[in-house]
Design a protein around this ligand. Structure first.
Ligand code: ATP
Ligand code: MG
Length: 149
């Protein structure tokens, strides 16, 4: 089992896509291990997106991510990092494949609805920014033993 980090960005919350997005992960067979709505501070946004510091979209990216509440979650399952990235789709919704979250609900690279970790190392780093150990819940999904022998 692998755990990844997902954030429904402010536009996803404002457009009432929270349930739709969580539902896609649940129906795929992934498990939500931790979940909360919160506002991201400028400092936390800077730590989360540190790799983009200095890029021309960095300031507007931080403004975007701090512009309203987000929903953060830990999502687990086999190869969950790559499975969730595939479900999210390419960074630019105009180039994302139909059926992905970004393609189905967006057209604008600067309002692309959802974030997902791009590697297991990023997942660990990002989960540790937003969650502490006591935030995680343990449970089995029905049929999980069959799905994940
Ligand atoms: N050229 C751009 N113009 C405007 N915003 C951009 C651009 N490139 C990236 N961004 C914003 O910065 C975020 C981080 O970019 P990154 O290259 O990490 O893409 P990603 O990994 O697909 O997205 P995320 O990290 O949010 O999951 C993008 O999701 C998008 O919101
Ligand atoms: Mg990224």
């Amino acid at each position: 089992m692998e755990r990844t980090f997902v954030m429904i960005k402010p536009d996803g919350v404002q457009r009432s896509l929270v349930g739709e997005i969580i539902s896609r992960f649940e129906k795929r067979g992934l498990r939500i291990d931790a979940l909360k709505m919160m506002e991201v501070t400028e400092d936390t946004a800077g730590v989360h997106y540190a790799e983009h510091s200095g890029k021309d979209f960095y300031v507007s990216l931080l403004d975007y991510i701090t512009s309203g509440p987000v929903v953060v979650m830990a999502v687990s399952g086999h190869s969950s990092v790559s499975v969730v990235r595939d479900m999210v789709g390419k960074t630019d919704p105009k180039k994302a494949s139909p059926g992905t979250i970004r393609a189905d609900f967006g057209m604008d690279i600067s309002r692309n609805i959802v974030h997902a970790s791009d590697s297991p190392e990023s997942a660990l780093r990002e989960l540790n920014i937003f969650f502490r150990e006591s935030d995680y819940s343990e449970y089995s999904k029905p049929g999980e033993k069959w799905l994940y022998p």
